[in-house]
Design a protein around this ligand. Structure first.
Ligand SMILES: C[S@@+](CC[C@H](N)C(=O)[O-])C[C@H]1O[C@@H](n2cnc3c(N)ncnc32)[C@H](O)[C@@H]1O
Length: 231
């Protein structure tokens, strides 16, 4: 068992979201900040498939993941495009960037004493996600889980001036981390309070592009709430 996050299906989905919702829309030489880079594979795979002329500054607290990411970055000679710091974005001076991107920790639990404490997303799973929407970046791409109080995230985004510009939804089977009894129990409690939505073994994971503007040309918030709460 790896001592850092490993879920290829989820990481591939995040990589596709980066490609279709961020890198393909980027103008020349834009800056992207990433929270929680993990082993770096989502960004690296996306960079290998696309021409992106900007620079990505990643933040990853897990030292093993950070080392793994750097070794792959060296292997593909991407050091000038993808720079990862072994530190926390919230504790650092935050780099300016057009985009903030993350597959953030979103596991709900009473406390962070779970299989992988760095995947703890607060009591309702949405704490870090919502904090990322308080940093003021103009465009934010986040994976949002249907069992982590997704309605709170959409409301929080709205009250911070963000609109839902685009989203993609993937049905995902509960995996090793989300099936941990302590986590699953908390998810069941949230469901009773209409803060978690899932059906049997499946929940929804959405890649959501939030855009900050006075008035959005596109706002898909209602469609996103409908999609996430339909289970
Ligand atoms: C769901 S994993 C995603 C990893 C990778 N982006 C992927 O999709 O494969 C979340 C990552 O956030 C990292 N993380 C959690 N809290 C962090 C923090 N405060 N600062 C930086 N990274 C953090 C975890 O160690 C973990 O690697």
């Amino acid at each position: 068992m790896k001592d850092f996050f490993s879920c290829p299906e989820e990481s591939n989905f995040y990589s596709n979201c980066l490609e279709n919702l961020v890198f393909k829309n980027c103008q020349k030489s834009e800056y992207v900040v990433e929270f929680g880079s993990g082993d770096g594979s989502p960004v690296i795979n996306s960079l290998l498939r696309n021409r992106f002329d900007g620079v990505i500054h990643g933040f990853e607290l897990n030292t093993s993941a950070w080392k793994a990411a750097n070794s792959t970055i060296d292997e593909y000679d991407l050091g000038h495009k993808y720079i990862i710091y072994n530190s926390c974005l919230f504790d650092s001076s935050q780099p300016e960037a057009e985009y903030l991107v993350a597959n953030p920790p979103y596991l709900p639990a009473p406390d962070n004493n779970i299989y992988m404490p760095l995947l703890f997303g607060g009591e309702d799973g949405a704490t870090i996600t919502n904090n990322l929407l308080s940093l003021g970046y103009p465009n934010v791409l986040l994976l949002v889980s249907s069992f982590s109080n997704p309605k709170s995230t959409i409301h929080h985004a709205r009250s911070n001036g963000y609109w839902v510009n685009n989203f993609v939804v993937l049905p995902l089977k509960f995996g090793y981390y989300s099936s941990e009894p302590k986590v699953k129990k908390r998810i069941e409690e949230l469901r009773k309070n209409k803060m978690a939505f899932y059906d049997g073994d499946y929940y929804f994971l959405a890649g959501v592009l939030f855009k900050k503007s006075q008035k959005s040309e596109v706002d898909l918030s209602n469609q996103l709430v409908q999609a996430m709460t339909s289970l």
